[in-house]
Ligand binder design. Structure first.
Ligand SMILES: NC(=O)C1=CN([C@@H]2O[C@H](COP(=O)(O)OP(=O)(O)OC[C@H]3O[C@@H](n4cnc5c(N)ncnc54)[C@H](O)[C@@H]3O)[C@@H](O)[C@H]2O)C=CC1
Ligand SMILES: O=C(O)C(=O)Cc1ccc(O)cc1
Length: 364
């Protein structure tokens, strides 16, 4: 066992998933769960994500590892609260989406550099334990943000834990973290929220909203995320988000100017450059995220189709690392994206499907 006694404060989507992952992989002997929301706590206990539902001082005072899995605003208050109860040598980590403020606060509260900032780059737009998943972290990037003050043993403990739940560790400073996530996570959320707000204000009616097709859905899925979680993310990373917004505004202004002036050439240039950049964006960029070798399979829209494909691959010992339904319209069939860890598996899957007359292509 990696950890003897662990406390998870906040057993919602991420804390709950962490508990399930630790239990499933037998990484912690005993886990205490703490939550202000009794429903989440009861569900976590019933699902076996925690061994015991506990109240604050007891949960923390016996713990070797404390995981803060609450919105970032609450995490900062909790650091102040728990410092008096921590046993000597205990390691504290968090899962918050912003890092600079929390890491600074931890520096004041947690002695010996035994706080290690963490951020799993995986999740969903659903809040609460009901969405918890023991495999949420598998193959996902998990950012750790040590500082020169971080204790090397504490860092190693968290590193090993993150790897043991199947995630891929990447380390960067809290400042770098907040800049990068402002660009690739917080700005997209800001835009998704603004897009939903704008279209709602256009009052195109319920019927028009029902027509909302791929584009609107794809660009706004994340806007359904937890408002309190995102309030805390924006408020704690306002400086970087505001910087990112300046770039966004400038890009929108240039596109708007081309439209106003009916400047076809300029418009074409902007659209083409964006299209090129977007097409080059791998699902998981090489060197940053583990690369995925994908194929896209065209299939009829019938129950059991995915099971059939998965069965064929399974019989050949080809492991699926990702699978996604890209398009399915009743009666028209659809496409399924299947991802593999190696080029060899991608080749074998192509051969297997083609030999059975299944239409497929390599995704580049
Ligand atoms: N939802 C996502 O996709 C991701 C979220 N995160 C971060 O993970 C953290 C948790 O987010 P989720 O699990 O999604 O939220 P959630 O809403 O599903 O869970 C948070 C839990 O913390 C509890 N809580 C709040 N304040 C508390 C307090 N003072 N004491 C004890 N419990 C308290 C809530 O009752 C809730 O059960 C946030 O900091 C978020 O930024 C990180 C990566 C992905
Ligand atoms: O649902 C999605 O696609 C997400 O991007 C979830 C998410 C939300 C917040 C994070 O800090 C990390 C991941």
């Amino acid at each position: 066992m990696l950890i003897k006694r662990c406390a998870i404060i906040g057993v919602g989507l991420i804390g709950g998933s962490m508990g399930l992952a630790l239990v499933e992989r037998k990484l912690a002997e005993h886990i205490c769960g703490v939550d202000v929301n009794q429903d989440n706590l009861s569900m976590a206990l019933a699902a076996g994500a925690v061994h015991q539902a506990a109240a604050m001082p007891e949960a923390v005072s016996g713990a070797d590892l404390v995981i803060l899995a609450v919105p970032v605003g609450a995490a900062q208050h909790l650091l102040t609260e728990i410092k008096q109860y921590l046993k000597p040598g205990a390691v504290v980590t968090d899962v918050g989406s912003t890092k600079e403020q929390v890491v600074r606060q931890a520096g004041k509260c947690i002695s010996g550099g035994r706080f290690v900032g963490g951020h799993p780059m995986t999740g969903a737009e659903t809040a609460g334990f009901s969405g918890a998943d023991p495999y949420l972290f598998e193959n996902a990037f998990y950012l750790l943000t040590p500082t020169p003050e971080t204790d090397t043993c504490a860092l190693e403990t968290v590193r090993r834990l993150v790897q043991a739940i199947g995630a891929v560790v990447m380390e960067m400073s809290p400042q770098e973290h907040d800049l990068v996530t402002a660009a690739i996570s917080h700005l997209p959320h800001f835009m998704a929220v603004s897009l939903v707000t704008a279209v709602a204000e256009m009052a195109v009616g319920e019927q028009a909203m029902a027509l909302a097709a791929g584009g609107f859905r794809d660009t706004t899925r994340i806007a359904a995320g937890s408002p309190s979680m995102w309030r805390d993310i924006f408020m704690s990373n306002s400086e970087q988000v505001l910087k990112a917004l300046e770039y966004m505004r400038s890009a929108m202004d240039r596109l708007e100017a081309a439209l106003r002036r009916q400047d076809v050439e300029k418009m074409m240039h902007i659209l083409s450059s964006a299209s090129t950049v977007r097409k080059k964006l791998p699902l998981r960029p090489k060197g940053y995220l583990p690369y995925i070798f994908e194929i896209v399979v065209s299939v009829p829209d019938r129950p059991g189709v995915i099971a059939g494909l998965a069965g064929m691959l399974g019989e050949e010992g080809i492991n699926i690392v990702e699978i996604e339904i890209l398009r399915a319209r009743e009666g028209y069939g659809g496409t399924i994206r299947v991802g593999f860890a190696t080029a060899g598996e991608q080749d074998r899957a192509m051969e297997l499907f083609q030999a059975r007359g299944i239409k497929c292509r390599r995704k580049v």
